[in-house]
Design a protein around this ligand. Structure first.
Ligand SMILES: C[S@@+](CC[C@H](N)C(=O)[O-])C[C@H]1O[C@@H](n2cnc3c(N)ncnc32)[C@H](O)[C@@H]1O
Length: 207
């Protein structure tokens, strides 16, 4: 491997990273601003898709703006599996989860969806959420294929991208990659003007 996951993660700004740049670790703190809840409420965005007892996979979790609310939604019997390239993001997430008494519901992994630790969950994830991170992924086609195989048949993937960084055309390109991977589109949760898509691994699909 030419470059470790950690090295990829510590790169920031200035240098091309496939589809986009990796968000610098210190932005992780800014993304936790309570003001963000006013225009991007985790409960409004994710509540309709997540139930108690579910296993949720969250690649590119950052310091956990969505992870902690997800942990509350899945309850004590559920699990949120959080994966981020940057160890500082994962360290921030772990600290916040401990403080909130939610560490037992969150599995926090430094790396990518290719980490061996995720193999045990292949085909068993109920919901995956990739929020403001797909544009940073080097190989979007491989990324959505991996999400497809991590989900159980009938499992759902929500992708949300920021309008400021991702054009409508680039976002539709991601949707095309996802459908090529086998996903069926089930909706646009933010309406025609937003950059969000809800996809499903068809229920009849064998694991
Ligand atoms: C802009 S931040 C968004 C964080 C969080 N989802 C949020 O909305 O607050 C994008 C995050 O994705 C992570 N990331 C980028 N590519 C990744 C990959 N291939 N696998 C895992 N994490 C990745 C970055 O390290 C960064 O923490």
């Amino acid at each position: 491997m030419a470059e470790s996951n950690e090295a990829q993660g510590q790169r920031s700004g200035g240098e091309a990273a496939g589809a986009g740049h990796i968000c610098p670790w210190w932005i992780g703190w800014l993304l936790l601003s309570p003001l963000r809840r006013l225009f991007e409420s985790p409960e409004r965005l994710l509540g309709p898709h997540v139930r108690p007892g579910m296993t949720v996979l969250e690649p590119g979790c950052g310091m956990g703006f969505f992870s902690l609310p997800l942990a509350r939604m899945v309850g004590p019997a559920g699990r949120v599996v959080c994966v981020d390239l940057q160890s500082r993001m994962i360290a921030g997430l772990r600290r916040r989860a401990e403080r909130a008494g939610l560490a037992g519901r969150i599995e926090a992994i430094t790396g990518t969806l290719d980490e061996a630790a995720l193999e045990a969950r292949r085909g068993a994830v109920d919901v995956a959420v990739a929020i403001h991170m797909v544009h940073e992924v080097r190989d979007g086609a491989a990324f959505v294929r991996r999400l497809f195989e991590m989900l159980r048949p009938g499992g759902r993937l929500l992708i949300v991208e920021p309008k400021g960084h991702v054009s409508a055309g680039a976002f539709e390109g991601t949707v095309v990659l996802a459908t090529a991977a086998g996903f069926a589109e089930c909706g646009r949760p933010l309406g025609p003007g937003g950059r969000a898509v809800l996809l499903e691994r068809p229920a009849g699909d064998a694991v």
